[in-house]
Ligand binder design. Sequence first.
Ligand code: 26Q
Length: 801
Amino acid sequence: MNLTKEQVSQLLHEAAITLFADSLEELPPRQQYQALAFVVKGLAGPTWAAAKHGADERGQKQVYYFAIEFMPGRLLASNLLNLGILEPVEAGLRDLGLDPAALYAEETEPGLGNGGLGRLGSAFLDAMAAVGIVGNGNGIRYDQGLFEQRFVDGYQVELPDDWLRDADVWETRKADRAVIVRFGGQVLLDRDRLGQITPVYRGAEEVFAVPYDTAIIGYHQPRINTMRLWHAEPVPDAPEVLTAAARARITAITETLYPDDSNLAGQELRLRQEYFFVSAGLQSIVAHFLKYHKSVLQLPKYVAVHINDTHPALAVAELMRLLLDEHHLSWESAWQTTVATLSYTNHTLLPEALEQWPVDLLAAQLPRLWQLIQEIDRRFRLRYTGPFGQLLVDRAAPVVDGQIKMAALAVIGSHTVNGVAKLHTQLLKTQTLKELATIFPARFVNKTNGITPRRWLQLADAPLAGLLDVQIGPGWRTDARDIAALADKQDDPAVLDALIAAKQANKVALAGYIQETLGLRVSPAMIFDVQIKRMHAYKRQLLHVLGILEAYQALRAGEKRPPRLHIFAAKAAPSYTYAKDIIKLINTVADLVNHDPAVNGALQVAFLPNYNVSLAEKIVPAADISEQISLAGMEASGTSNMKLMTDGAITLATLDGANIEIAEAVGTSNIALFGMTAEEVAARRTAGYDPAAIAEADPRLKKSLGMLIDGSLPLGSAGHTIYESLLVDHDEYFVLADYASYIHASRVLDQLWTDPHGWAAVALQNIAASGRFSADDTVRRYAKEIWHALPARGGQEKWQN
Ligand code: 26Q
């Protein structure tokens, strides 16, 4: 799209008058931001409008990505970049005396997700638009996103996230596209005049599902997709007047995001959320489809529905319901159509995160779906017990012991199932879902996750992006695989110096932010050692803390070490007390080392509150070390590992999730690996394990553990809880088993740091090898091998105005 800076200025002034009846110069920054966002939305509008019909008219297959979480991050700069107008707009703003970065910072980030899962969904939407796939998001418009985190006395405190207080400029309410979603009541099966079985609903609770659409703009091409998020409201003008309580039950459905990314909550409200966005999404897809096509039997030819983790797995039963009850297909053709339309990604191996719903709960909320799930279960058992035997089929079936297993439902009702990294897929097939993989071996495939280099490199890391332009030309901006060309420069000292300077600029910026936020002065000359992700025992932030205490003792004993700043950012689920204890521990250790003159300058700890996409954009480009230290076999993939690599951090990692593929890509001499393999962990679990003996044999470790309980760290009960988790409760995540090799790997990095060009050469190799983790390629593989939805770059759409 073309735009001059003079046009930018004119459009902005007009928007200020239209929106706020004031001149641009008079507006507070927040409203200047809103005016600019309004202009951008207007520029994209005509192309977006045209895109909605283009694909249908061409008969191009569409993908619908169903996810209970999305985390798009701030959209203004990203939209400007994708529209190809970042430069004229920034120039126009500067001419007006406005600071672009300051305006971008006025945007409230939509925190409609917990972590990796939601961020991956948004990366995929961005990537699908970039590569020309007609791919839409389908999810929930929560009134409140993930809580805002503050620290009070080192403890996490949660505040509500009122992100819609100022209205979201990007969304468009589509009241005319609302649909009705039904819960509860009774379902009787009747026969209509033609003798077809039809369900009759009595006393169901009706919920009005109103879509809010946000444009997802393709990078440098006129492809604009839609993220559709549903909002729950009472049905307007319903014949019955609702009590306040009945209204509240309805509006509660989309009131808040569940802040837990790992625990089976088993709560009614969560189930209602899941059915709500699945039913609304499928109803609107099928209705839209039938405007362009005659028969629902054609659905899989034109539509792919993707189930992101099991949260939307009710899609299997809901699509069956629509095809059977509303479109009167036979069971066999409805089932064929359903399986051919759906595909499913698993994101977790943690048993406690595998969703199961008690039959009573589901049957009460979704009586018709329960009938259908029973029939799916009955037919599954009938079909496979003969060939595979009762025992195996019992373990694979969706309904067992009064519980409905959502992963089983998703696998049985999908044509393809994928894990998110090679190891993860392997473990799914051999452990977590092994019975289902025995029955459907051809269904299981791997699709390693990816990240969007536009947000993490072009937008968040301008210094490195500029360096790449100079060194290898700008081709990498459209095809991340071109970054590989950087590898040839590793012996060029001028390039290494430029790389060091780019990193330094980012570190200076982050140091400023740390000073502002924590009042902590840090030197950009230190090693910036980063661990940013949800707080979880299996991710082993505790191992990182033990590493800090080791360094603390070493420094106090007079050892010399390169100065290191340990940077953490992480939210804990509000109910996850152990994770909150670790937060308290990190803040307490920070207090100790940051104030101890004996280690002054050589060791510091900064725990930045309220981790979200925007904070990641500050931390990732400034990182020297990327800590990816989960217990092998636990982290499905990880994606912060990819972001940090892309921006030139060196990975300190276990052989877990996508770390293994990072090591493959970059070569084992350019990554610091340590710890047990997933196989060794499994063996150790059976062989038995004595953490106390390990602690006893290592004086420094013993001292660090002692510090948890001897009063040197004012931790309250958290110290004892953590101490006991290791030494009394057998250290479930093998922190102590991997400790020595972690310290060793970390010391190897200290050694490398003493040679700045040596370090920079390794960082350079990491950047060069990061292209293969571009989400663009990931979604191309999904499109080719799962969705059968061919991407089309350019050519088909045109910019409209
Ligand atoms: C389930 C039931 C009840 C309540 C909550 C949940 C729930 C909610 C969110 C379970 C899991 C999640 C999110 C999981 C998640 O973010 N998984 C991460 O997905 C990333 C993208 O594939 C991977 O890179 C990470 O390894 C994985 O942990």
